[in-house]
Write a protein that binds this ligand. Structure first.
Ligand code: KIV
Ligand code: ZN
Length: 539
C-alpha cells in the first residue's frame, strides 16, 4: 500500500512533473482537456511520482482538466497549483479531491523585488500569509507543498524564516524555485545547503527544487541541488515551460541513471550500486517526448539531449568506425534505454489483426476494438505503399489516427495541382459540424498555401498561420511525413499535427486539427477566465 504523503527522506529522487502546468504555460503550448488527460496517462506510465495537473483557479477549463485527471489517472500523486489565496486553495482542493493521493501546491513570492513591485507587501505580511495559507491548505488535504517564489533571488535569512513558518504550519514538501533561472550551480547548491543547515524542522519534509532554464542551467542546478540533499525535482517533458523552459525531465532522469555511480555517494550508497536513483521507466521516455511534442506543437530541436533526432545519430566516419568496433567508444547510453528501437515490423500487408494488435501491445498501446480497427486500416494502407513498416511508423499511425481532439470538421478529400507552370490550385472537401459536405477550391503561392486557402474559404474562422514544419518519421523516399502547425487567433495559439506518406494530406489534416481546436474554443467562448491568461502566465 502506497503512503499518501512521501516520506521526508525517500530513497530515490521523486520526479514531480509539471508539463501540464508550467509546461502548458509556455506560449503556444495550450492543450485541450482530452489532450491533457492523454499526457497525464502517459506520465503515469512513465512512472513519475507526482503530476502537477494544472492551475484550477485559472479557468473553468483548467479546473475541469485537473478534476478529470484526479478522477481517472491512477498511480502518481495528483497535484494542483494555487496562489496563497483562500479562493485559489479551495478551488484547488475541490479539483484534486477525486484522487486517492492528492496534493495542494501553494506559492508566494519572497524576493524583495517581487514584494515591492508585484505583491506590494512587507516581509512581515508575507511571513504571516505563508503560514496562514499553508495552514488553510492543510485543513483541506494532508499533502501540502509550499514554494517561496523567486527563492533564487531571496535574501537567505528571510527565506529561512518563511520556510520555517511554512513547515510549522504543516507543509510536507518545501520547493525552492529558481523562478527566473538566475542562479549558477554552485550558488544554487550553496542555497540548498544553507537551507538544510539553518531551517529548524527541514529534515522532516521533502526538499524540492524547480529550476528555470533562462541561462541554460536548469538541469545543472537541479543536479547540484540533489548533491546537497534535495529529493524531489520539478521538471517537464522536453524541458518546455515559461520562457526558456524548465529543467528537462529526460535529461535529469538519464543523468541520474547513466551517472549513478557518481551520484550514489550522495545517497549514502556504495559507488558501484546499480539500483536506479529514480522510479522512472526510462523506456517510456521517447514515447512521452513525442506525445508532448505532437500535442503541444512544440518541436524538439534535433540536437536536444536524449530525445533529439540526432541524439543517437553518428555522422562522422571516425565515430562510426569506433562504434562498429565497440559501442562504448562513442555512446554513453543505449538508445533502447529511452525506448528507441529500430525494430522493423515483421508484419506485411497480408498480416492479420491479431498480429498487429500484439505488436502494438508490445509497444505499449492498448487499443479498444474500434480504435484498433481504424489503426489497422491505416496500417494496411501504409503497408501497400511502403516495403517495411517500422515501429516509428506504427507510432505515427496510432498517434495520428487516435487523436482525441473534438472534430467539428473532417477532411474527406484534398487534391492539388502544382508545378513550375501554372498556378498551384487545391480543391478540398470537408465534412462540416452538421454532417454536410462542403467543397471549395483556391489558388495559392504553393500547394500547401492553396490547400489552406481552400480550407479557410470553407471554415471561415480568421486566423494567422505562425508555424509550419514537416519532418520525416524515418529515412527513405517512402517515409511518413509529420506536419506540425501552429496558428493564432485572438492572441491564443492552437497547434495541429498529422502524419501521412503524402505531406499535402498531412498538411491539410494538421491544419484542420488546429482549426477544430480553435472552433471548439469559439463555441465554448462564453466562459469567462477567472484569471486572465496573462496573470496565469506570470506565475
Ligand atoms: O517558477 C516558479 O516559481 C513556479 C512556482 C509556482 C513554483 O512555477
Ligand atoms: Zn516555474
Amino acid at each position: 500500500m502506497t503512503a499518501s504523503v512521501p516520506t521526508a527522506q525517500p530513497e530515490h529522487v521523486l520526479i514531480f512533473d509539471t508539463t501540464l502546468r508550467d509546461g502548458e504555460q509556455c506560449p503556444g503550448a495550450t492543450l485541450n482537456t482530452p489532450e491533457k488527460l492523454e499526457v497525464a496517462r502517459q506520465l503515469a506510465r512513465l512512472g513519475v511520482d507526482i503530476i502537477e495537473a494544472g492551475f484550477p483557479f485559472a479557468s473553468p477549463g483548467d479546473f475541469e482538466a485537473v478534476r478529470l485527471i484526479a478522477e481517472q489517472v491512477q498511480g502518481p500523486i495528483i497535484c494542483g497549483l494555487a496562489r496563497a489565496l483562500p479562493g485559489d486553495i479551495k478551488r484547488c482542493a475541490e479539483a484534486v479531491a477525486p484522487a486517492s493521493r492528492r496534493r495542494i501546491h501553494t506559492f508566494l513570492s519572497t524576493s524583495d523585488i517581487h514584494l515591492q513591485y508585484q505583491l506590494r507587501k512587507t516581509r512581515a505580511e508575507v511571513l504571516a500569509i505563508a503560514a496562514e495559507m499553508v495552514g488553510y491548505s492543510r485543513s483541506l488535504v494532508e499533502d501540502v507543498e509550499f514554494s517561496p517564489m523567486d527563492a533564487g533571488r531571496t535574501e537567505p535569512e528571510f527565506l529561512y524564516r518563511v520556510i520555517e513558518a511554512a513547515i510549522q504550519a504543516g507543509a510536507r514538501t518545501i520547493n525552492i524555485p529558481d523562478t527566473v533561472g538566475y542562479t549558477t550551480p554552485q550558488e544554487f547548491g550553496q542555497l540548498i545547503a544553507g537551507i538544510r543547515a539553518n531551517v529548524p524542522g527541514i529534515e522532516g519534509v521533502v526538499l524540492s527544487v524547480h529550476c528555470h532554464n533562462d541561462l541554460g542551467l536548469a538541469v545543472a542546478n537541479s543536479l547540484e541541488a540533489v548533491k546537497n540533499g534535495v529529493r524531489q525535482i520539478e521538471c517537464t517533458i522536453n524541458g518546455i515551460g515559461e520562457r526558456a523552459g524548465n529543467a528537462s525531465l529526460e535529461e535529469i532522469v538519464m543523468a541520474l541513471f547513466v551517472r549513478r555511480n557518481y551520484f550514489n555517494p550522495y545517497f549514502g550508497r556504495p559507488v558501484a550500486c546499480q539500483d536506479p536513483l529514480t522510479q522512472i521507466k526510462t523506456q517510456e521516455i521517447y514515447r512521452t517526448s513525442r506525445l508532448v511534442s505532437n500535442l503541444t506543437g512544440m518541436l524538439v530541436q534535433p540536437n536536444k539531449a536524449i530525445v533529439g533526432a540526432n541524439a543517437f545519430a553518428h555522422e562522422s566516419g571516425i565515430h562510426q568506425d569506433g562504434l562498429l568496433k565497440n559501442k562504448n567508444t562513442y555512446e554513453i547510453m543505449d538508445a533502447q534505454s529511452i525506448g528507441l528501437t529500430d525494430n522493423t515490423l515483421v508484419l506485411g500487408k497480408h498480416s492479420g489483426r491479431n498480429a498487429f494488435r500484439s505488436r502494438l501491445e508490445e509497444l505499449g498501446y492498448q487499443l479498444s476494438d474500434d480504435d484498433l480497427n481504424r489503426a489497422f486500416l491505416r496500417f494496411k494502407d501504409l503497408a501497400d505503399k511502403k516495403k517495411t513498416v517500422s515501429d516509428w511508423d506504427l507510432e505515427a499511425i496510432v498517434n495520428d489516427e487516435l487523436r482525441v481532439a473534438p472534430q467539428a470538421f473532417t477532411l474527406e478529400r484534398v487534391q492539388v495541382s502544382c508545378g513550375d507552370h501554372g498556378l498551384p490550385t487545391a480543391t478540398v472537401q470537408l465534412l462540416g459540424p452538421d454532417g454536410i459536405e462542403l467543397v471549395d477550391a483556391a489558388v495559392g503561392t504553393g500547394p500547401v498555401d492553396a490547400v489552406y486557402k481552400a480550407i479557410n474559404r470553407i471554415v471561415q474562422v480568421p486566423n494567422e498561420l505562425i508555424e509550419f514544419s514537416v519532418q520525416s518519421v524515418t529515412a527513405g523516399i517512402d517515409a511518413i511525413g509529420e506536419v506540425t502547425i501552429r496558428l493564432r487567433h485572438n492572441q491564443q495559439t492552437y497547434s495541429g499535427h498529422s502524419a501521412n506518406t503524402d505531406i499535402i494530406v498531412a498538411s491539410a489534416r494538421a491544419y484542420i486539427s488546429a482549426l477544430n481546436k480553435l472552433y471548439q474554443t469559439l463555441k465554448e467562448g462564453s466562459q469567462p477566465m477567472l484569471l486572465s491568461r496573462q496573470e496565469a502566465k506570470e506565475v
